[in-house]
Design a protein around this ligand. Structure first.
Ligand SMILES: [Zn+2]
Ligand SMILES: [Zn+2]
Ligand SMILES: [Zn+2]
Ligand SMILES: [Zn+2]
Ligand SMILES: [Zn+2]
Ligand SMILES: [Zn+2]
Ligand SMILES: [Zn+2]
Ligand SMILES: [Zn+2]
Length: 739
């Protein structure tokens, strides 16, 4: 940009030169040229090294200004830091360009316009800094190159202005560098002067030496003492005390100045005649006061420090028209000058004693000696007796009521009943809980056992209250006796004790009556005993049982040959019963194995009703076998059982043998019997030929009950029984009769 402006400027200069040539303006007399004033204005007239100075360049009143140029010259003491023209200057001047160029420090304006102004017009502003080390007192000046080529102004008619320019107008004086005060002291801290005098003895010393801060003086009270702000000269004005302050920069020092009055010649007095004291105001002895200085003197001209006051005395001014003092100790008259003063206190004169509404007062002064007592409850109490509550009405406890409405527990009104409802004994309400099961309280009578007689309850609190009379207590009744049962006509079995009639509606019975057996003599095997009324079986029909009969005997195996007897089974049988018996066989064999005596048993069962027949006896014998080498004992014995009392078991046996004639040997009864079988096999000479296997025996038919045939023995056996019974104590069996 600078280049462009520079080239424009050159161009302009050339054009201007061409224009100027035909217009030899400089050849003309200067008086024909209009004048213009050119000014360079610094913003300060003094500056210190380092300060920045701003210069403004103006041109004075102009008429039809068209072209202008100047080039600034900066002195050595200053450092140029920049410059510019105001914005819009070219437009303002109507110029093609109007600008200060910082690099060249040249200002130029040109174009085809013209500019007229009666005021100074700012063309450029520059700034410069005072270089460090520039000595104080130097006076640098910003100037222009003052020749026709570099410094000119011309109007629209190409006429050059005559320039009024003061080259020293922009002079700035360089000041010393600042040296702020670090301390200031005064040579005196206190100074005493007499009013009207002046003093120049105060000297301020500022540190460091050569400080640029100057000392400024001031006074705190200029009506006491003034001070010259520059010199420190103090002038005393009037008696009093003032503080003189010396200030350098931020530092201060002070001196107290005491101003004394000028001595008085006491040329004029005002006299004060003596005056008496009273109880409140002090009087004084006669004295006089100097009108000039105010000092006091007695009447002999001796100076006084103060007014010679007299003491207060008892000169009161009691107001005897009223008792101004009314206290507990009595009444008195009060001094009109001081209400705290009173004459002798006289005891009060008591009036009538205090009542509830009227206090006791002094008849003289009206002082309340005793206040009205106020309402005293105990004087107004009415006793309210206890009233018990009833079922239907509240009662109350005992209490005392005052006319004021308060209630109390006691006649002394010591304990107040604040909760008035607490005196109430609430009504109890009926308590229908008492039962009186009599006609008077009967409510209903049961028709039969399905109903109960009902009765009204009576109130537990008051026996005269019956639910019967209380419509609100319709449900207050209770069940009494149940109605009579309605028994049927049938006898009902009630167990072993008997039978009775049952209620149609309940499991209830009338008196139990003994059962009625339907026959005498008890139950039989054919009939039970039944109640002929209720049908209960009183005794069940007898039931037949089974009796097990075991006939004991011994079986001895003897070896009579060369071979030991081996395993062998021997069979036995019973027959020839004394009376017909039907039995069921259980066991009829004995197993043996070798030479020995074995315990054998022939076992069968009979029905219990056969016991009588069996007790007539029977024959027991061995069934002869056909095993090789064996000899079978064929002895027959007669066995007679002895039954227990209950005929349900055999508890013993009597055995008889047959003699050679086949008759029973009654005289020789035996308690046990035995059989002896002999084995007589010899050792075989030759090994026996292999035997054919035995054909399996044909299946045996089960033994059918057998009936002994003892008819031929009937009478004999009866004898045996008789003698056996006598011998063994066996009871005869008799069949029970049956109805
Ligand atoms: Zn005086
Ligand atoms: Zn007084
Ligand atoms: Zn009184
Ligand atoms: Zn009262
Ligand atoms: Zn009261
Ligand atoms: Zn009641
Ligand atoms: Zn019933
Ligand atoms: Zn019965």
């Amino acid at each position: 940009m600078n280049k462009r402006i520079t080239s424009l400027l050159l161009c302009f200069v050339m054009v201007f030169a061409l224009i100027a040539i035909p217009t030899p303006a400089f050849a003309d007399d200067t008086s024909e040229h209009p004048e213009v004033t050119f000014t360079i204005k610094p913003d300060k007239t003094t500056a210190k090294p380092g300060d920045t100075i701003t210069y403004q360049v103006f041109v004075g009143p102009v008429v039809k200004l068209r072209t202008a140029q100047f080039e600034l010259v900066i002195p050595d003491e200053l450092e140029y830091t920049g410059g510019s023209s105001p914005d819009g200057l070219a437009a303002k001047l109507g110029a093609a360009a109007a600008e200060f160029t910082p690099s060249t420090k040249v200002y130029a304006s040109y174009g085809a316009g013209e500019y007229t102004s009666t005021e100074d017009t700012l063309l450029a502003t520059i700034t410069c800094k005072v270089k460090e080390g520039v000595a104080a007192g130097k006076k640098p000046v910003v100037t222009v190159i003052n020749d026709e080529e570099n410094f000119f102004f011309a109007n629209s008619e190409n006429t050059y202005y005559t320039i009024n320019y003061d080259p020293n107008g922009a002079m700035v004086t360089i000041a010393a560098e600042e040296k702020p005060a670090t301390n200031i002291t005064l040579n005196k801290s206190e100074l005493t002067l007499t009013a009207g005098d002046s003093d120049t003895s105060l000297i301020a010393t500022v540190t460091p030496e050569g400080s640029t801060d100057t000392v400024v003086w001031s006074s705190s009270k200029t009506d006491v003492a003034t001070v010259d702000s520059a010199t420190g000269k103090v002038t005393a004005v009037a008696p009093g005390e003032a503080t003189i302050t010396a200030t350098a920069g931020t530092k201060t020092a002070t001196c107290t100045v005491k101003v004394q009055a000028a001595p008085c010649n006491h040329g004029s007095f005002t006299p004060f005649p003596a005056k008496d004291s009273n109880c409140t105001d002090k009087g004084w002895d006669a004295y006089k006061k100097c009108d000039l200085c105010g000092k006091l003197f007695d009447m002999n001209n001796a100076p006084l420090a103060e007014i010679p006051y007299r003491d207060l005395n008892d000169d009161h001014n009691f107001d005897t028209t009223a008792w101004g003092y009314k206290e507990a100790d009595g009444h008195a008259h009060v001094c009109s000058r001081n209400p705290a003063h009173h004459d002798t206190v006289v005891p009060h004169t008591a009036g009538p004693a205090a009542t509830e509404t009227t206090p006791q007062t002094c008849t003289e002064c009206g002082f309340v000696m005793k206040p009205a007592t106020g309402h005293i409850h105990v004087d107004h109490l009415t006793k309210v007796d206890k009233e018990d509550a009833t079922c239907t009405a509240d009662g109350n406890k005992e209490y005392y009521e005052c006319t004021c409405g308060k209630l109390f527990e006691d006649a002394a009104a010591a304990t107040e009943i604040t909760d008035h409802s607490s005196v109430v004994l609430p009504k109890t309400g009926h308590s229908y809980t008492v039962q009186n099961s009599d006609e008077a309280h009967k409510r209903s009578t049961a028709a039969d056992c399905r109903e109960f007689d009902t009765y009204w309850y009576t109130c537990a609190n008051d026996a005269t209250h019956s639910a019967k009379d209380d419509a609100a207590a319709a449900d207050k009744f209770y069940n009494g006796e149940q109605g009579a049962h309605v028994y049927g006509n049938e006898w009902v079995d009630c167990g072993e004790t008997g039978h009775a009639h049952k209620c149609q509606y309940h499991d209830a019975y009338d008196a139990v009556q003994p059962h009625t057996p339907d026959h005498e003599g008890g139950a039989t095997y054919d009939y039970a005993v039944m109640c002929s009324d209720c049908g209960r079986e009183l005794e069940p029909q007898r039931v037949h049982g089974s009796i097990r009969v075991e006939v004991p005997f011994k079986l001895t195996v003897k070896k009579t040959g060369e071979m030991d007897p081996g395993q062998e089974t021997f069979k036995f049988a019973v027959e020839r019963f004394g009376a017909p018996v039907t039995y069921t066989l259980v066991q009829d064999t004995v197993e043996t194995n070798g030479e020995k005596t074995y315990e054998g048993k022939f076992i069968f069962t009979i029905r219990d009703d056969q016991a009588g027949n069996l007790s007539e006896g029977f024959v027991i014998r061995q069934v002869k076998g056909n095993a090789e080498g064996w000899t079978y004992d064929e002895t027959m014995f007669y066995a007679i059982p002895m039954f227990a009392d209950s005929y349900d078991s055999v508890r013993g046996w009597v055995f008889l043998k047959f003699d050679e004639k086949g008759e029973l040997e009654y005289n020789n009864p035996m308690e046990e019997i035995g059989f002896t079988n002999s084995y007589s096999a010899k050792k075989p000479d030759t090994p026996p030929a292999p035997q054919k296997p035995d054909t399996p025996p044909a299946p045996q038919k089960p033994e059918s009950p057998k009936t002994g045939d003892g008819s031929t023995l009937g009478l004999s056996i009866a004898l045996v029984i008789v003698s056996g019974a006598a011998l063994m104590g066996t009871a005869l069996y008799s069949r029970r009769k049956s109805r």
